[in-house]
Design a protein around this ligand. Structure first.
Ligand code: PNW
Length: 472
């Protein structure tokens, strides 16, 4: 790549810009940290099953024990308290609450989450609860193909209702789905995540049901639980797509890539329908919404939940087979006709994701412009590096640099008018990184997966100082 590196002025961070009501937290998900995979009546999820298939997960790892948060949540919440965050994002395991995904409620599962929620509140930490972070009850996959079957919509609303009823007196921030793009593309397109399906059509069908399940759940919450005075929304993931050159066709390719990535899920929620460019290119592989469904979808998120990690260049592919496109197309490539690449000068994390803070700022502006300046919460941002314990310490200066430059980009965006209201670092603890198993560490707390001991990395110490206003 011969393009000059773009210069961006990443200023020093000033906590004041974020404001005193800013939501600061760390994030995790149930399957990645809990363990206790068959404790106290929990039913199996599609991730429990996926991990038993040889070759699917690096080193044959599983989430059976993970960080053993199931037994250690009280001590973990002490760490959060010490860190100084005012919020914490967790997800609920559907099959811990409803072992078959429907019908019977497992009171032990309810008690487990009640204890976590109470412990957080006791420590003045506000819970942000995701209902679905990919661990679908296995029974629902076997019975009606999970997200591909229509019954999933009612089943999801019924499960959500149990959560609102049992936890909604104390939980005021709900996220229906985490990253439906990943469920659709990695779970039903590339088959590298559970349920491991490989298809060029199913991602669009799964996405359709994910969106409808989200919309019906929000409608149900608003109609039945308005007295709880909570907020409810959806979290989508998106990386930034920078035009490779200033040519009109690359500018259009980058816009197209963003609409296929984020517009796919956010346009229905804000405008009631899929982006026109997707309809034009995908034709009848893309399901239609009925007029009633469009109405239900439009306005179905109280805030814009965003998970953001990295940036790539986008170029118009022009129907050619681009052999240099080693990094994949972040979706179904043929449908987008976009070729992706990274700049040689960009630092790569252990995921091979490039560190490009200005991409974060550009994405925040793209969202603000397209969706009329919504309240945005970054519900995940973070990086994996090769953390080593040296004399009991983990000096993850690469991660400190990642967080400080991405936060500086966020600060600039706020100053320029973006309504960014919260930021959750991914992740609180090193954990089960899906098909990478335990080989990729995203935590600001190191976890020794032999002893399960937690050790704060330099980044945790940096965060603590930052949150107490000592770093500016
Ligand atoms: C997110 N991609 O996953 C998830 O919400 C977390 O559970 C996960 O641990 C974290 O990011 C780090 O991976 C993603 O391929 C997985 O673009 C894959 C992609 C994006 C997000």
């Amino acid at each position: 790549m011969n393009l000059p590196e773009k210069e961006y002025n990443i200023s020093k961070i000033n906590m004041g810009t974020f404001g005193k009501d800013f939501v600061w937290g760390t994030a995790t998900s149930a399957y990645q940290i809990e363990g206790g995979y068959n404790e106290n009546g929990k039913g199996p999820s599609i991730w429990d099953a996926f991990c038993t298939i040889p070759g699917k997960i690096k080193n044959g790892d599983t989430g059976n024990i993970a960080c053993d948060h199931f037994n250690r949540f009280k001590d973990d919440i002490k760490l959060l308290k010490d860190l100084g965050v005012n919020s914490y994002r967790l997800s609920l395991s559907w099959s811990r609450i409803m072992p078959e995904g429907k019908n019977k409620v497992n009171e032990d599962g309810i008690n487990f989450y009640n204890d976590i929620i109470d412990e957080l509140l006791k420590n003045d930490i506000t819970p942000w609860v995701t209902l679905y972070h990919w661990d679908l009850p296995l029974a629902l996959q076997l019975e009606d193909d999970g997200w591909l079957g229509e019954s999933i919509i009612n089943n999801f609303v019924t499960y959500a209702d149990v959560c609102f009823k049992r936890f909604g007196d104390r939980v005021k921030n709900w996220i229906t789905l985490n990253e439906p793009w990943v469920v659709a593309i990695l779970g039903h397109g590339h088959g590298v995540f559970a349920p491991g399906r490989v298809s060029e059509v199913e991602p669009y069908r799964a996405a359709h049901n994910l969106l409808l399940a989200h919309a019906h759940t929000v409608d149900h919450y608003r109609n039945n639980y308005s007295s709880q005075n909570g907020n409810i929304g959806i979290t989508n993931n998106c990386d930034w797509r920078e035009p490779l050159t200033e040519s009109q066709s690359d500018i259009e390719a980058s816009q197209r890539a963003l609409e296929f990535f984020l517009g796919w899920f956010a346009d229905p929620v804000y405008f009631g329908d899929y982006p026109q460019v997707m309809k034009d290119r995908i034709g009848n592989k893309l399901p239609d919404f009925t007029p009633e469904q469009k109405k239900l979808l439009k306005g179905s998120s109280d805030f814009f939940g965003l998970n953001h990690y990295t940036t790539m260049y986008a170029a118009n592919k022009n129907g050619t087979e681009d052999k240099t496109d080693v990094h994949g197309n972040g979706g179904i490539s043929e449908d987008q006709d976009v070729s992706l690449s990274v700049d040689d000068r960009w630092k790569l994390t252990k995921m091979n994701w490039a560190v490009v803070p200005w991409g974060c700022k550009k994405l925040l502006h793209w969202i603000s412009d397209r969706y009329d300046n919504p309240d945005i919460y970054i519900t995940e941002n973070g990086c994996a590096f090769d953390d080593k314990v040296v004399e009991g310490q983990i000096d993850d200066s690469d991660r400190v640099e990642y967080f400080s430059t991405y936060l500086a980009a966020c600060e600039e965006a706020i100053k320029e008018g973006v309504n960014l209201k919260g930021y959750f670092a991914w992740s609180f603890l090193d954990n089960f990184e899906w098909n990478s198993g335990y080989s990729k560490r995203f935590g600001i707390y190191y976890v020794d997966f032999e002893t399960l001991e937690r050790i704060p990395k330099s980044s945790a110490k940096w965060f603590k100082k930052f949150l107490s206003g000592q770093i500016s």
